[in-house]
Design a protein around this ligand. Sequence first.
Ligand code: HEC
Ligand code: HEC
Length: 465
Amino acid sequence: MTRYQGTSLSSKFSGARSRLYMQSLLAAGLMIPAFACSGPAADEEAVGSLGAELRGGHGHGHGHGHGHGHGHGHHDCDEPDSLPNNHLVRNAGGKAATYSTDGIVDLTSAFATPQGSNGRSCVTCHAPGDGWGLTAARAQRLFDDTDGLHPLFNIKDADQPGIADVSTVEARRASFSMLLQGKFVRTRAVPATAEFECIDADDPLGFGSCAKIHNFRKAMATANFRSVPVSWDGGNTQATLALGLARQARSNVTGAQQGDPATPETIDAIVAFEMNLSHAQLVVPGVGRLDAGGANGGPEAFSQQPLVQGRFDLYDAWIDHGNPKRRQIARGQELFNNGDLNGKRCSGCHNAANSGENVNGTLFDVGASRASLAKSDMAIYTFRNLTTGEVRASTDIGRALRSGLWSDMDRFKTPTLRGLAARPPYFHNGIAETLHDVVDHYEEELGFDFTEQQEDDLVAFLNAL
Ligand code: HEC
Ligand code: HEC
């Protein structure tokens, strides 16, 4: 295992970070001496939930009991500066891993460094241990570890952005109810040129309105990039993937990180870091390594996968394997490729070989925004087509809120399907808690039809991606 021997993460960053962090505590009148491991919250953020996984939960954080005068040049919270390629991280379905073509996953890179003034970096919301996204479980853990004072819990991302009550732990718990589910607020007006108008807004959180549409979306995985669209609604899409990622990074630094504009060198470093990352499941209990026995699962094989239209062929070698669990994954792969009882195919949209993105970058409506599926805390907006008078309700119209096109209603980016097991819940709004719920959703909302055995096979395949 190669490790960067340079400046340690703590000495390089935690001074500034802890200072900010302490300032925020002091500002809130909430300085708590126990938060003193050079700003444990900030350190934890630097490695994401991976830190906790690597440490095996050995009491990192506010259990250390240093006084808050603890110096910044040193700390004993053994944070990794990097991860070796293919390092295993546990999740509900087995173990996933990241492979970087840099040879190592460098957690001192610009991606993991706060670029702004509020202590957040890209890994705050794109954590290596959460499949480079943010799970609800991690958000809750960070809240519990810091009483909701971790930089993740910025008032910008409260249920009522900018105005929520964040004065006490209980107020914060209530005000960040969506973020505690791993969802971030996006606020936009209907474009002036839109083919439709908003005629009703019903927001249980009391904030969204027709003038200010308010959507909560999950962070996306910042790995396995191949297709051109960037962001759930394609809002950062440019002529090339690299340009889109650069645009996204620039706006994040000045937005979510509340920083000054980043230099082109910093943006280039962030984009290169992201583009070099592959993340996938690598081990499944009872199945073993997903790159063994002729199979090509896992992140390292994916790093070689170009963006081409084609079937998933990762598990072809397992179709007659002696291990029934390996055979099941191979059967699930064929169901995904070839279709259900009626010939409806998952691969019709998820058509990029061994990736599941859409090769043409097409955004689709899979019914995740249907008003009938709204949870009790989700807003429902109603729109009228200015030409036809047609009315439709939606929790999030996705692409249409950018383009103003009626035909874009409820359309979202076709995301990578690799590394799914590490980053529940699923869909842009997290309405599917498990991979089984995803398959149920396609059956109930899009007319797919699988036998129970086929459902289990398909889930076993999705879990092995
Ligand atoms: C405060 C949380 C937060 C921070 C910090 C953050 N992101 Fe994100 N990121 C999100 C959310 C939420 C989404 C999905 C939002 C959407 O598309 O509407 C997202 C989406 C993305 C996407 C789109 C992925 C895709 O498949 O299209 C990229 C790329 C990305 N982020 C990169 C970054 C980078 C680079 C940084 C640091 C410069 C960063 N993010 C910092 C929350 C965050
Ligand atoms: C009509 C095109 C289309 C079809 C058919 C389709 N998908 Fe999807 N899939 C998408 C899009 C677009 C998204 C993102 C939708 C959203 O979040 O609103 C998605 C999301 C997903 C996700 C969640 C990914 C995440 O990161 O949250 C999974 C898993 C998935 N699809 C699996 C499947 C399976 C399995 C099938 C077949 C049963 C299937 N898809 C059929 C287009 C499609």
